[in-house]
Design a protein around this ligand. Structure first.
Ligand SMILES: Nc1ncnc2c1ncn2[C@@H]1O[C@H](COP(=O)(O)OP(=O)(O)OP(=O)(O)O)[C@@H](O)[C@H]1O
Ligand SMILES: [Mg+2]
Length: 255
């Protein structure tokens, strides 16, 4: 697989859309049916690298990504992109891959071209660039297949390739390799690694501790809707600073 996806789209002008970094949450809370799903979140993403977001099922990790990406408005507190309230015009600088891939009922190629069209790349240029992106993600032989008939691993790879195709500054990945075989996982991790090497800022939710060790520069641990610690990955895995994180790493029930 060619190592750097962004080589395929290097001619997307860096200033085509405004910057979104840093992405900051201050005092963010989300409440549903009297439950605090997120509670007093203070969090900043910037500066490149992979932040792995770890924590038990139901801790609020997916909700945190959605709030940061402006898919869900906070009930309390603020989210800012580069010091301002998020708006749709800057959304192309954000990439998001959901826990379950959301693909258009179109071909693999059309899924990529749709994302490129959304940032104003048209005609022959769009077709050429989609071809490069598909090649970089080793999806070119599947280009004309209906996206929804791909295997789970191929769908995840397409969702990631589509997110990367617009060259986002910030990339949100919600368990992008859950239930993938080792080869499919490696293909995804190779793309993530290339994006990181290219300077992208990446938030990665995963339950795969080995994957977090392979990819993460730092760890944010989420428990009951709060970020209980945020530390360099090496320090976290050498000995997390909180009992819930210790329990999680040891495979004990986290209460
Ligand atoms: N729209 C909603 N209305 C009510 N509760 C919700 C809603 N969305 C999420 N929740 C609840 O919020 C909590 C956090 O959900 P979230 O999906 O963020 O967890 P998570 O940390 O991503 O868990 P997992 O590891 O299982 O994916 C869960 O208890 C979930 O049931
Ligand atoms: Mg989740």
């Amino acid at each position: 697989m060619p190592p750097v996806m962004n080589a395929a789209i290097e001619d997307v002008p860096a200033d085509a859309t405004p910057t979104v970094l840093p992405i900051t949450a201050r005092g963010v809370a989300i409440t549903r049916a009297g439950r605090h799903l997120l509670d007093g979140i203070d969090f900043t993403l910037s500066g490149g690298g992979v932040t792995a977001i770890l924590g038990p099922n139901g801790a609020g990790k997916s909700m945190l990504l959605r709030v940061l990406a402006n898919l869900v408005p906070p009930d309390q507190g603020v989210v800012e992109w580069d010091g301002r309230r998020p708006d749709r015009a800057r959304a192309p600088r954000i990439g998001f891959v959901f826990q379950k891939p959301v693909l258009l009922r179109r071909s693999v190629r059309a899924n990529i071209e749709y994302a490129l069209a959304a940032i104003g790349i048209r005609g022959a240029m769009r077709r050429a660039r989609a071809g490069q992106v598909l090649e970089a993600a080793s999806l070119h032989q599947l280009a004309e297949r209906p996206a929804r008939l791909l295997s789970g691993g191929e769908q995840q790879r397409l969702a990631l390739a589509r997110a990367l195709s617009t060259r986002p500054q910030a990339l949100f990945l919600d368990e992008p390799t859950s239930s993938l075989d080792p080869a499919a996982m490696l293909a995804i991790e190779t793309l993530i690694d290339a994006a990181r090497a290219d300077g992208m800022t990446i938030a990665l939710v995963t339950h795969d501790i080995a994957q977090a060790k392979r990819l993460a520069d730092e760890i944010a641990f989420v428990h009951h809707g709060r970020i209980t610690e945020r530390t360099p990955a090496g320090d976290f895995f050498a000995g997390p600073g909180s009992e819930p994180a210790c329990a999680y790493l040891e495979g004990r029930i986290v209460v």
